[in-house]
Design a protein around this ligand. Structure first.
Ligand SMILES: Cc1ncc(COP(=O)(O)O)c(C=O)c1O
Length: 386
């Protein structure tokens, strides 16, 4: 078989990006885009307007109360660290799901190791769904925070976040949701899902460049900033300005990244989230149907395609997942991800630890032809190499 480059690693970062995203980031750099909010000259003001326009667009797209509820960060990891380390205080207890990414597991581990917090991890009874009831059972009087990913980056399963949000509200505690795998591909309204804090990354479903993320903070939620410094505002004062977003946005922003992200958001708006979701689900259905015909393939999915984002984990009996990934790339030009996907507890929960799985993550720009080609490649590998 001829060897094209086929990209099935959109859960790690989406590619390609819309043309407008490339152009916006490049134009910003080439046109001498200046530091936003720092100087009074025209280019600095134009950069500031760009930041505001993207913040406004993101807030409207995600259902935030107002643009100031959206904070620019570096990525989802940065947003999650800001939320976890900014909210928790000594003695607090946290309940989190087994499907969290290392960007949740590791900050919790370090706080726990320092003796500052205690934690409880909740696992599925069966399959890959963590029930809101499991969070409820784990609550203690000192529980301050519930953390759940909107969708697993290993199985793709969408979690019952609205129920978890309701539980948090009933108990008067906080809910932090990780929307790294859902923003831009699944309908999401931060107020309706009941989350107090939501972490986003700009470079996956939101189709922006790497190096920019977002953190939603419900109005009134207070975080201790973990980074303080220049904001261009209240420069005469020693303390960090208390108003949002400056309180949490010290330092020069990734303005070319934000210019690209703004175009990613516009692309999603003009294409339509429903159209993006429908295309991805159709490709998933086609791929899953094809995988059923290949002997030795085990897919880690438990219910219907619409309960998932376009992330499909599978193994091929008798073959290490890393080896399969290597053959897919070397023999067929197919790029995917293998191993543990930075989510070791998720693999423990579904029984694939420590070997991991092969993960195909599809995006809006993938085609039926690419799916059919991958299925042929996998069928060949299943017969030739095992
Ligand atoms: C569920 C989940 N959370 C967090 C992250 C971290 O995202 P970033 O690399 O943008 O920090 C990822 C990335 O794969 C993810 O899948």
């Amino acid at each position: 078989m001829e060897k094209p480059a086929i990209y099935f690693d959109n859960a790690a970062t989406s590619w390609p990006k819309p043309e407008t995203v490339y152009r916006a980031a490049e134009n910003y750099l080439r046109s001498g885009g200046a530091n936003p909010g720092r100087s009074a000259h025209a280019r600095s003001l134009a950069s500031e307007r760009l930041l505001y326009a993207c913040r406004e667009r993101a807030a409207a797209f995600l259902g935030a109360e107002k643009p100031e509820c959206i904070i620019y960060t570096l990525n989802a990891t940065d947003s999650l660290n800001m939320a976890i380390k900014g909210l928790l205080r000594p003695g607090d207890h946290v309940v989190y799901s087994a499907f969290e990414h290392n960007s949740v597991l590791r900050p919790l581990f370090s706080l726990r190791q320092s003796g500052l917090i205690t934690t409880t991890m909740v696992t599925p009874i069966d399959g890959d769904l963590v029930e809101a009831e499991a969070f409820a059972r784990a609550l203690r009087s000192e529980t301050k925070l519930l953390i759940c990913t909107h969708a697993s980056n290993v199985t793709g399963r969408i979690m019952p976040v609205e129920k978890i949000g309701r539980l948090a509200s009933e108990k008067g505690i906080f809910f932090l949701m990780d929307a790294a795998q859902t923003a831009g591909v699944v309908p999401l309204n931060v107020q309706e899902c009941g989350a107090h804090l939501v972490a986003f990354t700009g470079h996956k479903g939101l189709l922006g460049p790497p190096g920019v993320g977002l953190l939603y903070l419900r109005e009134g939620v207070e975080l201790k900033p973990w980074r303080e410094g220049g904001t261009g505002s209240r420069s005469d004062e020693e303390q960090q300005p208390k108003f949002m977003p400056d309180y949490l946005e010290a330092g020069t922003m990734n303005t070319p990244g934000i210019a690209g992200l703004d175009e990613g958001l516009k692309f999603i708006a003009t294409t339509g989230l429903e159209a993006i979701r429908a295309h991805e689900l159709e490709l998933c259905g086609r791929f899953l149907k094809g995988l059923e015909q290949i002997k030795g393939v085990k897919v880690f999915r438990w219910t219907s395609v619409s309960d998932y984002v376009a992330v499909i984990s599978f193994t091929l009996e008798g073959m290490d997942s890393g080896e399969l990934g290597y053959i897919l790339e070397e023999g067929y030009g197919i790029l995917c991800r293998t191993g543990l996907h930075c989510a070791p507890q998720a693999h423990r929960a579904i029984g694939t630890f420590p070997a991991g799985t092969v993960r195909f993550s599809l995006g809006y720009f993938n085609t039926e032809g690419e799916i059919d080609y991958a299925l042929k490649a996998l069928a060949q590998i299943a017969t030739r190499f095992r």
